[in-house]
Design a protein. Sequence first.
Length: 363
Amino acid sequence: MCGMAETNFGKEKLNELLLTAARQNVSDLHLAVGRRPTLRIDGVLIALQKEPILTPEAMKSLVETLLTPEQMGFFLKEKQLDFAYSYEDKARFRVNVYFQRGYMAAALRLIPAQIKTIEELGLPPILHDFARLSQGFVLVVGPAGHGKSTTLAAVLDEINHQRTDHIITIEDPIEYIFVQDRSIISQREVGADTISFHHGLRTLLRQDPDVLMIGEMRDQESIATAMTAAETGHLVFSTLHTNSASQTVDRIIDSFPADQQSQVVSQLASTLVGIVSERLVPRIEGGRAPACEIMLVNSAIRNLIRERKVYQIDLVIETGMQEGMMSLNRSLANLVKKKEISLENAELFSLNPSELRILLERI
């Protein structure tokens, strides 16, 4: 009887918290023992003061409500688990459950039901060009929680509405749900639709794709698969947790052993089309504005990659404005000039604040 009461408490309390998160349009909901349920709104963590501090029993009950018995078995064995969770038809969340100090905890990322367009997200119009490509390798990079998945979804959905292609995604877990329009979209989730991320990657090219979206470049196998697919005439999108275009190029090359790096450099130089590095910066009026570094691969950048002079890429980006390139500092400076973000926040998100101040004096 006690177990039944705990289950009911868990379900009711979870539904209440998920509804609060959906209504307040938060980015994340954090649940952990010894803390009140906490929301992340516009990048700031705010504890729900009306909620009690979570006990180990309450936390266990919430996690048991989120998981199927099969998932619970896996979670107890592996001590962490990623999955997607739908709250009725009201909201969808990407969930990570984990242990901290011996207790269960959970982080839930709210996934908007509607996929926004490039314009609605306030992203640079040059991103439309990526949706028109027939082949190549495009990466969206940046810290966790700064819009990478949302940006990729906008580009893929534009392809979906404009082209008759077969789009295949491999995700862990599936985030945005696409509604098929002109394209066929096959969304594959690790665990549900393929045994493992690597198993799914190995069979991708046998499924007659035109466009591939690999949720995250996890290791050299996923990077190698992406480059091979781009080399063989496919358009490939993916994400990486890196801070800039030049750091991304270095990270990809350094993922491989030294004896393979010359081949990787050659492959990357011939397949890479562009890198978008994104930050979501708090707006003065509330909400967050995207600041983007845009690297479009031209002959100068291809040569720098081949010659391993990656440190010079930033200069090419800064001088490539006419081609559609943009440095992160220039993007931040433009937002400051438009009075969308404060100088203080721009400096906080800049990788080179002193250069940003000089740039602001010039424009």
